[in-house]
Structures are given as C-alpha cells and as structure tokens.
Design a binder for this molecule. Structure first.
Ligand SMILES: [Cu+2]
Length: 173
C-alpha cells in the first residue's frame, strides 16, 4: 500500500503501530528492527539486517532466512583478514538464553541474492527468519538509504560507508 501523505503526518499517526510491527516474538525469540539497504538499479544482491533476542529461558538457533524479494537469502559473517574484509556463509547462529544478536553492516548480516527488483528507499521488505525451535518468524522491514547504518530512528551516525556500494563485489567463500 502506498499512501501519498506527507511523511511527517504518516509518522505521527503510525508511530505506535509501526513500533509493534517492528518486533515479533514467537516462543521466546524476538526479531526486532528489521531493515534492508536500498540497492542501485540493476543490482542483483542486497543486504538486510535485524536484531534477534532470546528471553532468559530460551535458547534457539537461527537456521534459515528467506524473502519474497530474493531468489535466495543467506546468513553471512564478516571478518577482517589483514586489510581485507571477507564474508563467509554461516549455516546458522546459535542463541543463548537472554542473548541479543544484532545483524548489522560490517558484522553478521543477511545477503539477498537474485533480487527480483531493486530495493527502493521507503519500500517494505518481508523477511522470514527460521529458528530450530521457534519456527519461522516473519517480519517486515523498511528499506533505508544505501549508506544507512541502522533502521530509521536508530541511524544517528553520519553516512560514511563504502560497503553499501561494493557489497556485491566482495569476495564470498
Ligand atoms: Cu555478505
């Protein structure tokens, strides 16, 4: 749904509802603040992020990611080898009780491959994170500008990022 209403008016009216939609909890596992980065025209690869939290009595394992905008999605870790940043695919991420794992730029993240359309700033992107015990958790995140470091309202840092542009060119093992 696209509404042509001044952005501030929309924010004022929808802020409480959005806060809820941004956080989904299933069986003690919470996925919060999902977002993705806008991609250039013609790009086939994008990246998405979210925070995953477990309550104090819950342990689980993230075992899969999917999105309707991508043919395939993977969980990636990022490591520095000397001056070279490398990404590698993770089979999953273990979550201890009371843990918070933030998927974010320059850290573990979601890669979206075979994008069916460019991710445009302001669009909403569905992500399904599948957990071993909690099962699939579906969230909907906003598409932020290419250099964004966090979701709306959390991105307080100046935009200075080389990764957004070159992400698709980085070496994948
Ligand atoms: Cu990656």
């Amino acid at each position: 749904m696209r509404l042509r209403i001044p952005a501030l008016a929309v924010l004022a009216v929808l802020a409480p509802a959005l806060a809820d939609a941004h956080e989904v909890t299933v069986k003690g596992v919470t996925v919060a603040h999902p977002w993705a980065r806008a991609t250039p025209e013609g790009a086939k690869v994008g990246s998405a992020f979210a925070e995953i939290k477990t309550d104090k009595d819950t342990s689980d394992r993230l075992i899969g990611i999917s999105s309707p905008v991508a043919g395939r999605a993977e969980i990636h870790a990022m490591t520095m080898e000397g001056d070279v940043m490398k990404m590698r695919r993770l089979d999953g991420i273990n979550l201890k009780p009371g843990e918070s794992v933030v998927l974010k730029p320059m850290a573990s993240h979601v890669m979206l491959f075979d994008l069916k359309q460019p991710l445009k700033e302001g669009d909403l992107v569905k992500l399904t994170l599948t957990f071993a015990k909690a099962g699939p958790i579906e969230v909907e995140g906003t598409v932020e500008p290419p250099g964004a470091k966090g979701p709306h309202g959390f991105d307080k840092q100046p935009v200075d990022d080389s990764m957004g542009a070159v992400h698709g060119d980085m070496s994948h093992e």
